[in-house]
Design a protein around this ligand. Structure first.
Ligand SMILES: [Zn+2]
Length: 201
């Protein structure tokens, strides 16, 4: 990024109202260029906004350091399960994959899941059963695609540890702002996890 662009970004941030800066730090930060982060930090500092916002922006600047990721990943994993609301050990990440057919219409879905081990296993078992039961009855896609969906669910189970690590890391990077900013507010983190899992609250 050229200096000219950085100057432009500095002016841009200076023109934002404080709510917009807060929104940027909490919700948009994973999409910002690393080089823009010190400018955002400086603007937040200049306005004496909540010091937790500065911690968010700094953590993102260091987010390639494994210990930073690990700190917030541990925080994430120690939350109660968004499905059963219990503290059943560290949360894990996986996919919910389903296929359903009705004559000529076949629909597939793939959505991320972060849950306790029991709930994650339960979700996958149900997704497998319903796909094995309802996937085939569509021509031609149901017949063609159901075996792949069932294979992928089995593969997710076989490679659960690797998949979990990837999913949790992805969530942590995207939501680090919320994890830091709301680190003392378990009910807010629980709401974010519920929203991520598509659970109505
Ligand atoms: Zn659970």
């Amino acid at each position: 990024m050229e200096n000219l662009d950085l100057n432009h970004i500095r002016e841009y941030y200076a023109g934002f109202d404080s709510d917009k800066l807060e929104d940027l730090a909490l919700n948009e930060i994973s999409r910002l260029d690393q080089k823009a982060l010190p400018l955002l930090e400086a603007e937040i500092q200049k306005r004496n906004l909540d010091p937790k916002l500065i911690e968010v922006v700094r953590s993102y600047q260091d987010s390639r350091r494994p210990e930073i990721i690990k700190k917030w990943l541990d925080k994430l994993q120690s939350q109660p399960c968004p499905y059963c609301d219990r503290n059943n050990g560290p949360l894990v990440g996986t996919w919910r994959r389903t296929i359903k057919s009705f004559i000529f219409v076949t629909t597939t879905s793939k959505s991320p899941v972060i849950a306790c081990k029991n709930c994650a296993a339960d979700i996958q078992r149900k997704a497998f059963q319903s796909s094995a039961l309802l996937g085939w009855w569509g021509l031609p896609n149901g017949l063609l695609r159901t075996p792949f969906v069932l294979y992928n669910i089995s593969k997710d189970r076989r490679e659960s540890e690797k998949l979990s690590k990837e999913q949790l890391q992805e969530f942590t990077l995207i939501n680090m702002g919320h994890l830091i900013y709301s680190s003392d507010d378990s009910s807010f983190l629980n709401q974010i996890l519920k929203a991520y899992n598509g659970i109505d609250t």
